[in-house]
Structure formats: structure tokens, C-alpha cells
Design a protein around this ligand. Structure first.
Ligand SMILES: Nc1ncnc2c1ncn2[C@@H]1O[C@H](COP(=O)(O)OP(=O)(O)OP(=O)(O)O)[C@@H](O)[C@H]1O
Ligand SMILES: [Mg+2]
Length: 250
């Protein structure tokens, strides 16, 4: 494939990731359009986090090929284009909220002034303006999660890879997170998000269902319901995974 020719933000062909002999991601074909919110859904161990880590260059792929914004991965230069929020928050507990955010801002070459401006907006968004100078180690689990999200957003990257960003976040704030994700989308930026909350998945433009490292179904939320004759995404997933099992047995 010609580099940059596709126009997709993410394009993967036959992407494989093995841990030793175990195949965690099995010949994944994935295309994510620029400016869309794509949800990766699936049960524990389906391969969602592994896929995201490969896409952001933290894990080397074992097979296939993948491109981010037209560039083959892994490539260190792509890092600046990605805001990655890991499933397990990776913050410096002995530093304040401000110091953590400034650290991530500096890594991506933001000036002090830019960091200050972005930090003000983001703290407001995660509803932690009054906690700027608090040690991250003193925050609750959900609050740490919110700071982690703010750190992923500080350099305003064109692609956000968010691994369960709303886990442990209270319902009211989760709603405002989705308003914010839609804002990001309206700026033409792209979000890939994993979640176990099926109500949230309905906010995505498209969803990919993963099961045992395979992408077993993909489409707009409404399409997936029509395809399975169900009225909720949980049942739709069950229906796809049941037919996947049946297919494997035959
Ligand atoms: N470092 C590792 N070494 C070996 N196996 C791993 C490693 N990381 C993940 N796995 C395995 O790969 C599979 C996929 O894991 P992954 O974390 O990608 O799943 P997930 O879909 O993100 O699940 P969850 O919903 O629980 O976050 C699992 O069977 C897991 O045990
Ligand atoms: Mg995971």
C-alpha cells in the first residue's frame, strides 16, 4: 500500500499480536476514518488493550501491517499525533495534578503558556480545577482516571486512543465526557475508545466487536441492532459471538 494514500486515520491489515505462543490479536483488519469515534467492544481478554497498545507503538506487531495517519507503525514520529490513555493509569503519584499535566505537555514540546491554557480548560472539563496542586497519590481512583484522560488530551493530538476512559467515573461526569468527546470529534479529530458500558457504545459512530482476538462484527450501532434483530448492543454482541462460536465448530 502507498504510504498516506488511504486517507484513513488508522488502517490495519491482518494485524497479529502474539505473546509467546498465545495469539491475542488475530489477523485484525481495521479502518478508522478521520473525525470519527470508533468503539472497540468485547469481553475481558478479547484483545482490545493489546490492539490499542500496538496502534500507539508500545507493542511491536507480530504480523500484518498497520498505518496511523498514513505512516506505517511502529514509528516514533507518530507518537506526537497520538493521545494515549492507558487502561491502568500511568501517573506520577508523588507529583501534583499540575506537575503531571505539565510533564506530559513538555514531552510533546508545548510551551509553558500553552500548558497553562490547556491545563485550565482540561481541569475544568474533568471537574478538578480545585485540585491542581494536590498530590495525585491523594486522589480517589475515579479522579486519577480523570487526570489521566487530561494528560492524554494536553497536546491536542489528531488521534486519541482511550482505553476505558470512563471506568470508575460517576454517571454525571460520564455524560459530560461524551459531550467533550463529541466536541473533539467536531474539531475533526479521531477517537478510538474501549468501553464495557453498552449505553456509551451507542454514542460511537461505529463499533467493532472483538472476541478472542478476532473482530467478529463491525458497523454503526443501529446497523448492528438491525443485523441481529436485537434492541440493545449487549444482545447484539451475544448474537455475534454465538454465531462466531458456531462457525468455529463447523
Ligand atoms: N503481557 C502479556 N503477556 C501475555 N499475555 C498477555 C499480556 N497482555 C495481555 N495478554 C493476554 O492477551 C489477551 C488479550 O488481553 P487484552 O488486555 O488485550 O484484553 P482486553 O480486551 O483489553 O480485556 P479487558 O476488557 O479485560 O481490558 C488476554 O488473554 C491476556 O491474558
Ligand atoms: Mg483492556
Amino acid at each position: 500500500m502507498n504510504e498516506g494514500a488511504s486517507g484513513y486515520m488508522i488502517e490495519a491489515h491482518g494485524l497479529v499480536k502474539r505473546y509467546g505462543k498465545f495469539t491475542a490479536v488475530d489477523h485484525l483488519d481495521l479502518q478508522v476514518n478521520k473525525g470519527e469515534i470508533y468503539g472497540l467492544l468485547g469481553p475481558n481478554g478479547a484483545g482490545k488493550t493489546t490492539t490499542i497498545k500496538v496502534l500507539c507503538g508500545l507493542l511491536k506487531l507480530s504480523g500484518g501491517e498497520a498505518y496511523v495517519n498514513g505512516k506505517p507503525i511502529p514509528d516514533r514520529r507518530i507518537a506526537a499525533q497520538i493521545g494515549y490513555m492507558p487502561q491502568e493509569t500511568a501517573l506520577y503519584l508523588g507529583l501534583t495534578v499540575h506537575q503531571n499535566m505539565a510533564f506530559f505537555g513538555e514531552i510533546f514540546g508545548l510551551t509553558k503558556r500553552e500548558i497553562g491554557e490547556r491545563e485550565r480548560d482540561l481541569l475544568e472539563f474533568i471537574n478538578l480545577s480545585g485540585w491542581r496542586d494536590e498530590m495525585v497519590g491523594n486522589l480517589s481512583g475515579g479522579m486519577k482516571h480523570r487526570v489521566s484522560l487530561a494528560c492524554a488530551l494536553i497536546h491536542m493530538p489528531p488521534l486519541l486512543l482511550l482505553d476505558e476512559p470512563t471506568v470508575g467515573v460517576d454517571p454525571e461526569l460520564r455524560v459530560s465526557f461524551w459531550d467533550y468527546f463529541n466536541d473533539i470529534k467536531s474539531q475533526g479529530r479521531t477517537i478510538v475508545i474501549t468501553t464495557h458500558y453498552m449505553d456509551e457504545a451507542g454514542h460511537c459512530d461505529r463499533i467493532g466487536f472483538m472476541h478472542n482476538g478476532l473482530l467478529i462484527a463491525e458497523g454503526e450501532p443501529g446497523e448492528l441492532l438491525v443485523m441481529t434483530g436485537t434492541d440493545n448492543l449487549e444482545d447484539a454482541f451475544m448474537s455475534f459471538s454465538a454465531s462466531d462460536r458456531k462457525g468455529a465448530e463447523q
